[in-house]
Design a protein around this ligand. Structure first.
Ligand code: 6PG
Length: 252
Protein backbone atom coordinates (compact mmCIF):
# COMPACT_ATOMS: atom_id res chain seq x y z
CA UNK A 1 0.00 0.00 0.00
CA UNK A 2 1.59 3.26 -1.10
CA UNK A 3 1.82 5.96 1.57
CA UNK A 4 0.55 9.31 0.36
CA UNK A 5 2.84 12.35 0.35
CA UNK A 6 1.67 15.38 2.36
CA UNK A 7 2.68 18.17 -0.01
CA UNK A 8 1.81 21.86 0.36
CA UNK A 9 2.84 24.29 -2.40
CA UNK A 10 3.31 28.01 -1.74
CA UNK A 11 3.19 30.63 -4.50
CA UNK A 12 6.56 32.03 -3.45
CA UNK A 13 9.06 32.12 -0.59
CA UNK A 14 7.08 34.75 1.32
CA UNK A 15 3.94 32.57 1.31
CA UNK A 16 6.12 29.56 2.13
CA UNK A 17 7.26 31.35 5.28
CA UNK A 18 3.67 32.24 6.22
CA UNK A 19 2.57 28.62 5.79
CA UNK A 20 5.57 27.43 7.83
CA UNK A 21 4.69 29.89 10.60
CA UNK A 22 1.12 28.59 10.66
CA UNK A 23 2.29 24.96 10.87
CA UNK A 24 4.84 25.87 13.56
CA UNK A 25 2.29 27.57 15.81
CA UNK A 26 -0.14 24.68 15.39
CA UNK A 27 2.59 22.19 16.31
CA UNK A 28 3.66 24.25 19.31
CA UNK A 29 0.12 24.69 20.63
CA UNK A 30 -0.59 20.98 20.19
CA UNK A 31 2.57 19.94 22.06
CA UNK A 32 2.09 22.47 24.84
CA UNK A 33 -1.49 21.27 25.31
CA UNK A 34 -0.54 17.59 25.33
CA UNK A 35 2.81 17.62 27.11
CA UNK A 36 3.38 21.00 28.69
CA UNK A 37 6.49 21.52 26.59
CA UNK A 38 7.51 21.88 22.93
CA UNK A 39 10.93 20.82 21.68
CA UNK A 40 11.82 21.64 18.10
CA UNK A 41 14.94 21.56 15.96
CA UNK A 42 15.77 23.96 13.13
CA UNK A 43 18.16 23.82 10.18
CA UNK A 44 20.39 26.47 8.70
CA UNK A 45 20.65 27.51 5.08
CA UNK A 46 18.73 30.15 3.11
CA UNK A 47 15.20 28.74 3.06
CA UNK A 48 14.19 29.07 6.72
CA UNK A 49 15.31 32.71 7.07
CA UNK A 50 11.97 34.24 5.99
CA UNK A 51 10.13 31.95 8.42
CA UNK A 52 12.49 32.88 11.27
CA UNK A 53 11.94 36.59 10.52
CA UNK A 54 8.15 36.16 10.55
CA UNK A 55 8.33 34.15 13.78
CA UNK A 56 10.15 37.03 15.48
CA UNK A 57 7.44 39.54 14.59
CA UNK A 58 4.27 37.43 14.90
CA UNK A 59 1.97 38.36 17.81
CA UNK A 60 0.52 34.84 18.03
CA UNK A 61 4.03 33.38 18.24
CA UNK A 62 4.98 35.89 20.92
CA UNK A 63 2.10 34.63 23.08
CA UNK A 64 3.37 31.04 23.12
CA UNK A 65 4.59 29.83 26.53
CA UNK A 66 8.23 30.19 25.51
CA UNK A 67 9.36 29.20 29.01
CA UNK A 68 8.16 25.71 28.04
CA UNK A 69 9.73 25.75 24.58
CA UNK A 70 13.16 24.28 23.82
CA UNK A 71 15.11 25.20 20.68
CA UNK A 72 17.61 22.80 19.15
CA UNK A 73 19.41 22.58 15.83
CA UNK A 74 19.30 19.76 13.27
CA UNK A 75 22.88 20.51 12.40
CA UNK A 76 25.64 23.08 12.68
CA UNK A 77 28.74 24.00 10.84
CA UNK A 78 31.99 23.66 12.81
CA UNK A 79 32.49 27.40 13.07
CA UNK A 80 32.24 29.89 15.97
CA UNK A 81 28.72 31.11 16.83
CA UNK A 82 29.46 34.58 15.48
CA UNK A 83 30.53 33.25 12.07
CA UNK A 84 28.33 34.24 9.15
CA UNK A 85 28.25 30.51 8.36
CA UNK A 86 26.81 29.61 11.78
CA UNK A 87 23.25 28.22 11.85
CA UNK A 88 23.02 29.52 15.41
CA UNK A 89 23.92 33.04 14.27
CA UNK A 90 21.18 32.86 11.60
CA UNK A 91 18.60 32.06 14.29
CA UNK A 92 20.06 34.58 16.73
CA UNK A 93 19.94 37.48 14.28
CA UNK A 94 16.44 36.62 13.04
CA UNK A 95 14.35 35.48 16.03
CA UNK A 96 16.20 34.21 19.10
CA UNK A 97 16.91 37.68 20.48
CA UNK A 98 13.40 38.98 19.70
CA UNK A 99 11.26 36.40 21.48
CA UNK A 100 11.01 35.72 25.25
CA UNK A 101 12.92 32.43 25.06
CA UNK A 102 14.81 31.63 28.27
CA UNK A 103 18.53 31.29 27.57
CA UNK A 104 18.54 27.83 29.19
CA UNK A 105 15.99 26.72 26.58
CA UNK A 106 18.29 27.54 23.67
CA UNK A 107 20.46 24.50 23.05
CA UNK A 108 23.24 25.58 20.71
CA UNK A 109 25.56 23.08 19.10
CA UNK A 110 29.12 24.16 19.97
CA UNK A 111 30.45 24.58 16.46
CA UNK A 112 33.59 26.13 17.92
CA UNK A 113 34.55 22.90 19.73
CA UNK A 114 37.92 21.78 18.31
CA UNK A 115 36.70 18.18 18.66
CA UNK A 116 33.45 17.88 16.64
CA UNK A 117 32.99 14.20 17.56
CA UNK A 118 33.18 15.07 21.26
CA UNK A 119 30.74 17.94 20.68
CA UNK A 120 28.36 15.57 18.93
CA UNK A 121 28.36 13.30 21.99
CA UNK A 122 27.91 16.30 24.30
CA UNK A 123 24.97 17.54 22.24
CA UNK A 124 23.32 14.14 22.23
CA UNK A 125 23.57 14.13 26.03
CA UNK A 126 21.90 17.56 26.20
CA UNK A 127 19.11 16.36 23.93
CA UNK A 128 18.54 13.19 25.95
CA UNK A 129 18.61 15.04 29.26
CA UNK A 130 16.28 17.83 28.08
CA UNK A 131 13.79 15.48 26.41
CA UNK A 132 13.96 12.96 29.24
CA UNK A 133 14.93 10.16 26.87
CA UNK A 134 15.17 6.78 28.55
CA UNK A 135 18.38 4.79 28.09
CA UNK A 136 18.27 2.75 24.89
CA UNK A 137 15.45 4.86 23.46
CA UNK A 138 15.61 7.42 20.66
CA UNK A 139 15.08 11.10 21.58
CA UNK A 140 11.70 12.30 20.27
CA UNK A 141 11.42 15.91 19.14
CA UNK A 142 7.95 17.38 18.81
CA UNK A 143 8.94 19.02 15.54
CA UNK A 144 11.97 18.81 13.29
CA UNK A 145 12.23 21.37 10.48
CA UNK A 146 14.54 20.39 7.63
CA UNK A 147 15.75 21.87 4.41
CA UNK A 148 16.84 19.69 1.50
CA UNK A 149 19.93 20.21 -0.59
CA UNK A 150 19.83 19.88 -4.39
CA UNK A 151 21.83 16.67 -3.84
CA UNK A 152 19.14 15.22 -1.60
CA UNK A 153 20.90 15.87 1.72
CA UNK A 154 18.99 16.69 4.88
CA UNK A 155 20.55 18.27 7.98
CA UNK A 156 24.23 17.46 7.45
CA UNK A 157 23.67 13.93 6.22
CA UNK A 158 25.15 14.00 2.73
CA UNK A 159 24.91 11.35 -0.01
CA UNK A 160 27.76 8.85 0.14
CA UNK A 161 29.03 10.11 3.49
CA UNK A 162 30.03 7.93 6.44
CA UNK A 163 27.30 9.60 8.50
CA UNK A 164 24.47 9.04 6.04
CA UNK A 165 23.60 5.62 7.49
CA UNK A 166 24.84 6.23 11.06
CA UNK A 167 22.37 4.53 13.36
CA UNK A 168 24.30 3.94 16.56
CA UNK A 169 24.50 7.60 17.57
CA UNK A 170 21.80 10.26 17.79
CA UNK A 171 24.22 13.05 16.86
CA UNK A 172 27.28 12.66 14.68
CA UNK A 173 30.13 14.73 13.22
CA UNK A 174 31.00 14.53 9.55
CA UNK A 175 34.35 13.19 8.49
CA UNK A 176 34.47 15.27 5.33
CA UNK A 177 34.14 19.02 4.85
CA UNK A 178 30.88 20.19 3.25
CA UNK A 179 30.93 23.68 1.72
CA UNK A 180 34.23 24.13 3.48
CA UNK A 181 33.28 22.99 6.99
CA UNK A 182 33.01 19.86 9.05
CA UNK A 183 29.44 19.55 10.34
CA UNK A 184 27.64 18.20 13.40
CA UNK A 185 24.24 16.66 12.67
CA UNK A 186 21.29 14.77 14.06
CA UNK A 187 21.35 11.28 12.60
CA UNK A 188 18.58 9.72 10.53
CA UNK A 189 17.04 7.61 13.34
CA UNK A 190 16.56 10.69 15.55
CA UNK A 191 15.17 12.74 12.65
CA UNK A 192 12.73 9.98 11.74
CA UNK A 193 11.61 9.55 15.35
CA UNK A 194 10.20 13.10 15.58
CA UNK A 195 6.47 13.48 16.11
CA UNK A 196 6.30 15.81 13.11
CA UNK A 197 8.78 16.65 10.35
CA UNK A 198 8.43 19.61 7.99
CA UNK A 199 10.72 19.79 4.96
CA UNK A 200 11.09 23.30 3.57
CA UNK A 201 12.18 23.30 -0.09
CA UNK A 202 12.32 26.39 -2.29
CA UNK A 203 13.92 27.36 -5.56
CA UNK A 204 14.17 26.04 -9.10
CA UNK A 205 17.50 24.41 -8.25
CA UNK A 206 15.60 21.85 -6.14
CA UNK A 207 12.95 21.04 -8.79
CA UNK A 208 14.79 18.17 -10.41
CA UNK A 209 15.64 16.40 -7.15
CA UNK A 210 12.12 16.88 -5.77
CA UNK A 211 10.64 15.40 -8.95
CA UNK A 212 13.06 12.45 -8.76
CA UNK A 213 12.53 11.82 -5.07
CA UNK A 214 8.74 12.24 -5.26
CA UNK A 215 8.75 9.67 -8.05
CA UNK A 216 10.13 7.07 -5.59
CA UNK A 217 7.60 4.30 -4.95
CA UNK A 218 6.22 4.78 -1.47
CA UNK A 219 5.73 1.18 -0.53
CA UNK A 220 7.98 -0.82 1.78
CA UNK A 221 10.20 -1.92 -1.15
CA UNK A 222 11.19 1.62 -2.08
CA UNK A 223 14.80 2.11 -3.27
CA UNK A 224 16.86 4.29 -0.92
CA UNK A 225 19.09 6.67 -2.92
CA UNK A 226 19.49 9.94 -1.00
CA UNK A 227 19.48 10.91 2.70
CA UNK A 228 16.05 12.50 2.18
CA UNK A 229 14.79 8.93 1.64
CA UNK A 230 15.25 8.34 5.37
CA UNK A 231 11.88 10.12 5.57
CA UNK A 232 10.21 7.60 3.29
CA UNK A 233 9.17 5.09 5.95
CA UNK A 234 7.64 7.85 8.09
CA UNK A 235 5.74 9.81 5.43
CA UNK A 236 2.69 10.00 7.68
CA UNK A 237 4.65 12.40 9.92
CA UNK A 238 6.16 14.46 7.11
CA UNK A 239 4.84 17.66 5.53
CA UNK A 240 6.67 18.76 2.36
CA UNK A 241 6.34 22.52 2.16
CA UNK A 242 7.53 23.65 -1.29
CA UNK A 243 7.41 26.83 -3.29
CA UNK A 244 6.10 26.63 -6.87
CA UNK A 245 9.62 26.66 -8.31
CA UNK A 246 10.73 23.61 -6.33
CA UNK A 247 7.41 21.90 -7.04
CA UNK A 248 7.87 22.52 -10.77
CA UNK A 249 4.62 24.48 -10.90
CA UNK A 250 6.22 27.80 -11.62
CA UNK A 251 4.62 29.13 -14.79
CA UNK A 252 6.09 32.63 -14.89
C1 6PG B 1 22.69 23.72 6.62
C2 6PG B 1 21.31 23.11 6.61
C3 6PG B 1 21.17 22.26 5.38
C4 6PG B 1 20.13 22.99 4.54
C5 6PG B 1 20.14 22.51 3.12
C6 6PG B 1 19.21 23.39 2.26
O1 6PG B 1 23.35 23.72 7.65
O2 6PG B 1 23.03 24.27 5.56
O3 6PG B 1 20.91 22.55 7.75
O4 6PG B 1 20.75 20.95 5.58
O5 6PG B 1 18.84 22.80 5.12
O6 6PG B 1 21.46 22.59 2.64
O7 6PG B 1 19.74 24.70 2.31
P1 6PG B 1 18.98 25.95 1.63
O8 6PG B 1 17.78 26.21 2.51
O9 6PG B 1 19.99 27.05 1.68
O10 6PG B 1 18.60 25.53 0.24
Amino acid sequence: MEKSLNVMVARDRAVLAEMMLDLFIKAAEKSLAEREWFAFAIPGGRTPRAFFELLAEDEHARQLSWEKVHVFWTDERCVPPDSTESNFRLAQETFLLKLPIPEDNIHRIGGENPDPHFEADLYEGIIRQTLGTAFGQLPVFDLIILGMGADGHIASLFPGSAEEMEDKRGVTATERLHAGFQRISLTAPVIASARQIIVLVAGADKKEKIAEVFGTPRDEQFKYVYPVHHLWPVQEKVVWLLDQEAAGEDRT
